[in-house]
Design a protein around this ligand. Structure first.
Ligand code: BF8
Length: 626
């Protein structure tokens, strides 16, 4: 396939041509040179957990050397993906909780949303009366840190779910305990010679994934809101056209807002702004990428440069002084691409050192100083920019972002008849769903995957859903795609059918709502949970679905699993590596329905997947409307 056909993003196509002219290899070249991917890996039936392997299952070798069959091998691999994803989200959350433990009135990190902190403190039985807000913050941080390793009890946030959902988890024995314990238990149980039963491996995966969704990710989101501010509705722009010819361009890529928030602050430091002018630039232009991009666009309106598949292409513009990264979703290839231009590829986390990068460690204790040094490094690199190598593609789209649960409630309050309904609830949304004005809500989330065409599945599915009166909420690189393709503008209402268009008009929202980063899928859980509570239902009773059309990371596997375990049917555009076990497919795409009230559906054709979702939502409505 022609490389340019592997993405529907026109800026990416322009830059793929440039990369070719510049002799730079990108993911798209590597994809082409991978003639065929390993069939055993694709099916999930290759085991390399012990040193006797790898053992690969074929008709002639139906068992590994220890006797594990294809179901055990696939189940173990799947469980390890869930554990990997849960570990990544939760370790991110742990860092944010540590950051809150360091917060002080005159320090690097302060409390931005006191009301949210007080609410959480009360939920967690932390005394608030007459106490200094920072004392409360430190105690709440300590309680959160205990959630990772406490020896007894279950995750604290579970009690926020509808009562019926809590009962499902309790009856099945999948209430997660301490977060680290669930991850460790999976690593232990999938060691050679432990669990050899696919049903049990999936059961464990459900419990561990819930430790991600209803513990780690929820801590990540809530604590980020408390420390950095709960997102509010704001305007921004998206795609590589946001880079500016005459400014120092800095790309923020990765995940944890403790770094990106400080870089945003440092980029406004008058001394550094002056320095940028001294080196001949008109100023400093920050742009985000991947989920750090989502964090800073939600809270500050920082423009989004692009998504996971555009990270190399951002550097290929020749206009980026520094690509600053922390953890997760960072191509090691960036080091090589950066060497072809003047770009400094700056790694900052001891958890994600990358060979041949410029390592400038970022520590929460010295956060502002570290951030200043990093921004300064970028500014001083402006003089090295080679103008003959610069090509900033033109396209960018405007977007309205910032839809935290609080922001959604704020928008809904515009239409509340205060004589009838109290303000500050999701009841208006519940009413629109109940009446059928809105047919459903879909959380379309996740990554880009080179198995398909970049952005195509996201955009095809989102457009089709809004055309059928299904409100779309989105996070992660799905959100970046929606922003780039104009689906987060209020004008995109014209792509929606009459019911959704009317709701958008009344509530003054776009038909696709940006809820944040991947960790913020916990916001989707909260919206669904609160809507279910408003209707006295379980989450599985609502015409609500999760969709991951282009997922690729272990985090996405953890998310998909906790979304299903929460009772929300989940639709995947890429087959996970489980096909090697008919039993795994049987459980994940069938039997989970009876266990948790939801299941996975997979279809790699985005048009077909959209139609399946629409038809399933209509089927769900029959019971919902009774
Ligand atoms: O954090 S940045 S590629 S993994 S969607 Fe996917 Fe994008 Fe990564 Fe989730 Ni977010």
């Amino acid at each position: 396939m022609d490389k340019k056909m592997m993405t529907i993003d026109l800026n990416s196509q322009v830059l793929l041509d440039k990369a070719e002219r510049d002799g730079v290899e990108t993911m798209y070249d590597r994809k082409q040179s991978f003639k065929a991917q390993c069939g055993f890996g694709l099916q999930g039936n290759c085991c390399r957990i012990c040193g006797m392997g790898p053992c690969r299952i074929t008709p002639k070798t139906p068992r590994g050397l220890c006797g594990a069959d294809e179901h055990v091998i696939v189940g173990r691999n799947y469980a390890r993906m869930v554990a990997g994803g849960t570990a990544a989200h939760s370790d991110h959350a742990r860092d944010i909780a540590h950051t809150m433990a360091l917060a002080s009135r005159d320090g690097n990190y302060t409390i931005k949303d006191e009301a949210k902190l007080i609410t959480l403190a009360k939920e967690w039985d932390v005394e608030t009366e007459g106490r200094d807000i920072y004392d409360i913050a430190h105690e709440v941080a300590d309680v959160a840190l205990m959630e990772f390793g406490k020896p007894y009890g279950v995750a604290r946030f579970l009690k926020n779910a509808p009562a019926k959902r809590q009962k499902v988890w309790k009856d099945l024995g999948i209430e997660p305990r301490a977060i680290d314990r669930e991850v460790t238990t999976i690593m232990h149980s999938t060691h050679i010679g432990c669990t050899a039963d696919i049903d049990s491996l999936i059961h464990m995966s459900l419990r561990t994934s819930l430790a991600d969704g209803w513990a780690g990710s929820m801590i990540g989101t809530r604590f980020s809101d408390i420390l950095f501010g709960t997102p509010t509705v704001r305007e921004t722009e998206a795609n590589l056209g946001v880079l500016e010819e005459n400014k120092v361009n800095i790309i923020l890529h990765g995940h944890e807002p403790s770094l990106s928030e400080m870089i945003v602050l440092a980029s406004e430091d008058p001394e550094l702004v002056e320095l940028a002018k001294e080196v001949g630039a008109e100023g400093i232009n920050l742009a985000g990428m991947c989920c750090t991009g989502n964090e800073v666009t939600m809270r500050h309106g920082v423009k989004t440069a692009g998504d996971f598949h555009q990270q190399e292409l951002a550097i290929v513009t020749g206009a980026v002084e520094a690509m600053i990264v922390d953890v997760q979703c960072i191509f090691p290839a960036l080091a090589k691409v950066a060497k072809c231009y003047h770009t400094k590829f700056i790694t900052t986390s001891p958890k994600a050192k990358i060979a041949e990068s410029t390592y400038m460690e970022f520590s929460e204790e010295t956060a502002y100083e570290d951030a200043r040094n990093i921004v300064k490094e970028a500014i001083l690199n402006f003089k090295n920019r080679d103008k003959s190598k610069v090509l900033i593609p033109e396209l960018k789209s405007s977007a309205t972002v910032g839809y935290s649960l609080n922001a959604i409630l704020g928008q809904l309050d515009r239409v509340v008849n205060s004589q009838i309904d109290p303000a500050g609830t999701l009841k208006p949304l519940a009413d629109c769903l109940k009446s059928g004005v809105l047919r459903g809500v879909a959380g379309v989330v996740g990554c880009n995957n080179a198995k398909g065409i970049s952005n195509k599945a996201h955009i095809t599915i989102m457009k089709e859903l809004i055309k059928n009166d299904i409100l779309v909420v989105t996070t992660g690189c799905g959100a970046s795609a929606a922003a780039k393709f104009g689906l987060m503008t209020k004008e995109a209402r014209k792509l929606a059918c009459k019911g959704l268009a009317t709701v958008c008009e009344l509530v003054d929202i776009p038909p696709v709502l940006h809820l944040g980063s991947c960790v913020d899928c916990s916001r989707i859980l909260e919206v669904v949970s609160e809507t279910a509570k408003a209707l006295d239902m379980d989450m599985c009773d609502l015409p609500v679905v999760g969709v991951a059309p282009e997922w690729m990371s272990e985090k996405a596997v953890a998310i998909g699993t906790y979304v299903v375990a929460s009772g929300i049917d989940t639709y995947l555009g890429i087959m996970p590596p489980v096909k090697g076990s008919s039993r795994a497919v049987e459980i994940l795409c069938g039997e989970l329905q009876d266990m948790v009230g939801a299941k996975f559906t997979v279809n790699e054709n985005p048009e077909e997947l959209a139609q399946i979702i629409i038809s399933d939502i209509e089927k769900k409505r029959v019971r919902f409307e009774k």
